[in-house]
Ligand binder design. Structure first.
Ligand code: ADP
Ligand code: MG
Length: 697
C-alpha cells in the first residue's frame, strides 16, 4: 500500500470528508491516517448495566435502544435529549451540538453500543455527548474487542464527523493493508529491544486484540519516534564532524593575550577556564564547532564569549554576538566596549533602532572587514548583513532555535563559522538530550566567588507596607530595586494598566526628589527603553519598574532586590531568570514573590520551589514536571520537538535508550552505508534537507 496516496481515494471518504480530515486533523494521506492514533481503547466485551450505573467510573459501555429524541430549550441553550434503555434501566443522553446529524441517524429499532463518562445531573443519570455505534448484523459481532477512541474537534463533530467516523476509516484502511509495510528499524534493534514489527504495531495501535498488544504497539511507536528524532540530530552532528571542514584557529595571539593580561576584570573561575579550553580545542580541530554552553544566570558566560571571540580575531576572522532583545544587545555592546578599552578592536552594534544611514554604514564597514566584532539582535541573520570573514558566531540566551535556524547561520560564510549557543535557562537533561542532540555541550557549574545565594521569600498584599520599608532600607544603603509585572501579551492593555497602577502607587510611596524611578515596558520605543535602562545602570534611579522585558540577561550588579508582582502568573524558569537579575554583586540580595492569597496547587508548588532552591537545574526539572508535557507546546510549535506519542518526561528511560542506540550505530557506521542500516539512510534522505546529503551520497 502506498502511504502517500491521497486520503480521498479511501473508500467512504468523499470530497467533504476529505476536507474535514485535512482541515481539522491534518490528515491528507493514507499514511497520515495510519499514524493518527487513538488515545483510548474501550473494552467492548465488557458491557455495563444501567442498573449498576456508577458515576465514579471514567468510561462505560452500555448496550440498548435509543428513544424519545426531544429538543429542550433552557435559557439561551438548546440541547437534544434522548432516553436510552438497556432493559435494566434508563439513562438520559444529552447533546449540545450536532443535533441535526443525531436526528437523522438515530433509529429507535436499532441496538446501540452507547459509551461515555457517566454523570449524575441532580438525580438523573446521564451521558453527555456519548460515543455511539450501532450493533447491526455487520458490525454487531465483535470483530474487534476494543474500540479505539480518537480525538475529534467540535467543528468536525458538528458535521457529524465523530471518533466513529475515524474508526471506520482506519478499519477500512487496515483492511486494505494486506502486505507488510517496509520495516523502518534495523533488525538487530527490533530483536534487542523486543519490539513489535512496524506493520503489526500500526494495526495494534488501532485494533489490538488485547490491551497488552496495545501497550507493546505504543512502546514500539514511541521507540521509533524517539529513535528517529535522535538519528536526525545525531546524524547531523556526525555528518558535520566528519565531512564539513571547519575553520582552523591555530593560534592564540595578541588580542587574546593583551586582553587577558591587561584588561581582564577578574580572575576566571575554574569552570570558565575549562569551558574556554573546550572551545579552544574545537576551534583548532579542523571541524566546525557547534557547542551549547549552559550556565546558570550570573555564571559569567559573557566573558567566555568575549575571550573566545578574541581567538577568532587573532586568527584574522570577524565574530558576532546575537542577543534576543535590543536591550540586551546594547548592554553587551556597552560592556564589550568597556572591557576592550584601549585594545584597538572595532566593536559595533547593529539593532533596529539605528537610523538607516547608520545601518548602511555599519554593513559597509562589516563587508570591508573594518569591524572586528558585531553585536546585535536577530537582524544579524538577515541576508543583507554580509561579513568579510566571519569566523565565529555566539548566540546568547537563545534556546528556541531549531536545527534549521542554526543551519542558516552556517551558511553566512564558507567554510561555516564556529557556533556557540549560550543559554541561562537550564534545560532538564531529557530535554537537552532531545533538543540539543546535535550539539556538543559545555557547562559552567560554578558561580564567581563571593556571591551570596539570593534569599527568596513569598508575601501577599497585606505585607506591602513592610515590603516598601524594606525597599527604603536597601535604597538607603545605596542599593537598587527591580519591581516586575507580568506581561502575558504585549498588546493587552490590562497588563500595562497593572504596571501603571503599580508605578503610581510606588511613586506615591517613593516620592521625588528623594527617590528616582525608571519605568520600562514593551510599548515604549527602543530608544526610550535604552535611555531608562542606562539611567538605572548608572545608578541614577533607585527603582526600576518594568514588565518582563528586563527578564533576559540584564546586568546591574548594584541591584539587590527583585520584587515580582503577581508572581503566580509567571512560569518557574521565568521566575528563576528574573531572580538572576539580582545577586550579581557582592551584596546579599533578595527576591520577593508577591502573590494573591488563594493560590492553586501548582502555583503554590512553583512558589515553594523558588523559595527552596537557587539551583537552576532543580528548577528546570520541577518546571518540566509541573507544567507537564501539554505545556511544552511552545516548543512543539517551534518545530523542535515533533513528538506525537512519546513524552520526554514520562519516557525519559526510552529517550536514553534510543540516544545510546543511535550513538553506537553512528559510531560503527557514520555514513550509514551498511546494508542493515539502509532503512535509516532511507528515512534521513526522505525527511532531511537534501542538500546536507550532497556531501555524503
Ligand atoms: P550570565 O552567565 O548570566 O550571562 P554574566 O556573563 O552576565 O552572566 O556575568 C554575571 C556577572 O558576573 C557580571 O557582572 C560579570 O562581570 C561577573 N563575572 C563574570 N565572570 C566573573 C568572574 N570570573 N569573577 C567575578 N565576576 C565575574
Ligand atoms: Mg548573559
Amino acid at each position: 500500500m502506498e502511504l502517500d496516496r491521497k486520503i480521498i481515494y479511501l473508500k467512504g471518504v468523499g470530497p467533504q470528508k476529505a476536507d474535514i480530515l485535512a482541515k481539522e486533523f491534518d490528515i491528507h494521506t493514507f499514511g497520515d491516517l495510519l499514524y493518527y492514533f487513538p488515545f483510548r481503547m474501550i473494552d467492548r466485551s465488557h458491557v455495563s448495566k444501567v442498573a449498576d450505573f456508577n458515576p465514579e467510573e471514567p468510561y462505560l459501555v452500555f448496550r440498548g435502544r435509543i428513544n424519545n429524541l426531544t429538543t429542550v430549550t433552557s435559557g439561551r441553550t438548546t440541547r437534544l435529549e434522548a432516553t436510552f434503555n438497556d432493559g435494566t434501566g434508563n439513562l438520559t443522553l444529552v447533546w449540545f451540538q450536532g443535533h441535526k446529524w443525531i436526528r437523522e441517524n438515530i433509529r429507535s429499532n436499532v441496538t446501540y453500543n452507547v459509551m461515555g463518562k457517566p454523570t449524575l445531573y441532580g438525580n438523573i443519570l446521564q451521558l453527555v455527548h456519548p460515543d455511539i455505534e450501532p450493533v447491526t448484523p455487520e458490525s454487531g459481532h465483535i470483530t474487534h474487542p476494543f474500540m479505539p477512541i480518537y480525538h475529534t474537534s467540535e467543528k468536525a463533530k458538528n458535521r457529524g464527523f465523530t471518533t466513529r467516523t475515524i474508526a471506520r476509516y482506519t478499519e477500512t484502511l487496515l483492511g486494505q493493508l494486506t502486505a507488510s509495510l517496509p520495516e523502518t528499524l534495523p533488525a538487530t534493534i527490533l530483536v534487542k529491544h523486543h519490539l513489535m514489527g512496524r506493520t503489526s504495531a500500526l494495526r495494534n495501535m488501532h485494533y489490538p486484540a488485547t490491551l497488552q498488544d496495545w501497550q507493546q504497539a505504543i512502546f514500539r511507536v514511541k521507540f521509533e519516534e524517539l529513535f528517529f528524532h535522535q538519528l536526525e540530530y545525531q546524524f547531523s552532528r556526525t555528518n558535520r564532524r566528519n565531512h564539513s571542514t571547519g575553520l582552523i584557529f591555530g593560534i592564540v595571539g595578541d588580542r587574546f593575550n593583551n586582553f587577558y593580561n591587561q584588561n581582564l576584570p577578574f580572575p576566571l573561575t575554574n569552570a570558565q577556564k575549562r569551558v574556554i579550553k573546550e572551545i579552544r580545542s574545537d576551534m583548532r580541530s579542523g571541524r566546525q564547532m557547534n557547542r551549547l554552553l549552559q550556565g546558570d544566570v550570573g555564571s559569567g558566560k559573557t566573558l567566555v564569549a568575549l575571550l573566545t571571540m578574541l581567538i577568532a580575531l587573532d586568527n584574522g576572522f570577524q565574530a558576532c554576538l546575537m542577543a534576543p532583545t535590543e536591550i540586551l544587545a546594547s548592554q553587551h555592546y556597552a560592556s564589550f566596549k568597556k572591557m576592550l578599552n584601549g585594545l584597538n578592536i572595532n566593536v559595533e552594534l547593529l539593532v533596529g533602532a539605528l537610523k538607516a544611514k547608520q545601518k548602511k554604514d555599519i554593513k559597509q564597514r562589516l563587508e570591508d572587514g573594518n569591524i572586528n566584532i558585531l553585536i546585535g539582535t536577530h537582524a544579524l541573520i538577515e541576508d543583507s548583513v554580509k561579513f568579510a570573514r566571519l569566523g565565529y558566531v555566539v548566540i546568547d540566551e537563545q534556546h528556541r532555535f531549531g536545527v534549521e535556524q542554526r543551519a542558516k547561520l552556517w551558511q553566512k560564510s564558507t567554510p561555516p563559522p564556529h557556533i556557540l549557543v549560550m543559554t541561562a535557562t537550564p534545560i532538564p537533561r531529557t530535554l537537552a538530550m532531545t533538543l540539543y542532540a546535535d550539539l556538543d555541550c559545555s557547562v559552567i557549574d560554578e558561580l564567581p566567588p563571593g556571591r551570596h545565594p539570593v534569599l527568596t521569600v513569598h508575601a501577599t498584599d497585606t505585607k506591602r507596607a513592610m515590603l516598601f520599608n524594606f525597599m527604603r532600607q536597601q535604597i538607603a544603603q545605596g542599593r537598587q530595586v527591580y519591581v516586575v509585572y507580568p506581561l502575558i501579551n504585549e498588546s493587552e492593555s490590562l497588563d500595562i494598566k497593572d504596571l501603571m497602577d503599580g508605578y503610581e502607587s510606588i511613586s506615591r510611596s517613593f516620592p521625588m526628589p528623594q527617590y528616582q524611578l525608571s519605568i520600562v515596558h514593551g510599548q515604549m520605543s527602543a530608544e526610550a527603553k535604552a535611555y531608562e535602562m542606562d539611567r538605572f545602570k548608572r545608578g541614577e534611579t533607585h527603582i526600576m519598574v518594568s514588565t518582563t522585558v528586563i527578564e533576559v540577561g540584564v546586568d546591574v550588579p548594584n541591584a539587590t532586590v527583585m520584587v515580582i508582582e503577581n508572581a503566580e502568573r509567571f512560569g518557574l524558569s521565568q521566575l528563576h531568570q528574573l531572580r538572576g537579575r539580582v545577586g550579581r554583586g557582592g551584596e546579599q540580595s533578595y527576591c520577593i514573590l508577591m502573590t494573591k492569597d488563594d493560590l492553586n496547587r501548582t502555583s503554590k508548588q512553583r512558589i515553594q520551589t523558588m523559595c527552596n532552591t537557587n539551583d537552576g537545574f532543580v528548577i528546570a526539572e520541577a518546571d518540566l514536571r509541573l507544567r507537564g508535557p501539554g505545556d511544552l507546546q511552545g516548543l512543539q510549535q517551534s518545530g523542535m520537538l515533533n513528538l506525537k506519542v512519546a513524552d520526554i518526561v514520562d519516557d525519559e528511560p526510552l529517550v536514553r535508550i534510543t540516544r545510546d542506540e543511535v550513538y553506537s550505530i553512528l559510531e560503527q557506521d557514520p555514513d550509514l552505508n551498511l546494508p542493515e542500516n539502509a532503512p535509516l539512510k532511507h528515512y534521513l534522505i526522505k525527511n532531511n534537507d537534501p542538500h546536507q546529503w550532497d556531501k555524503i551520497s
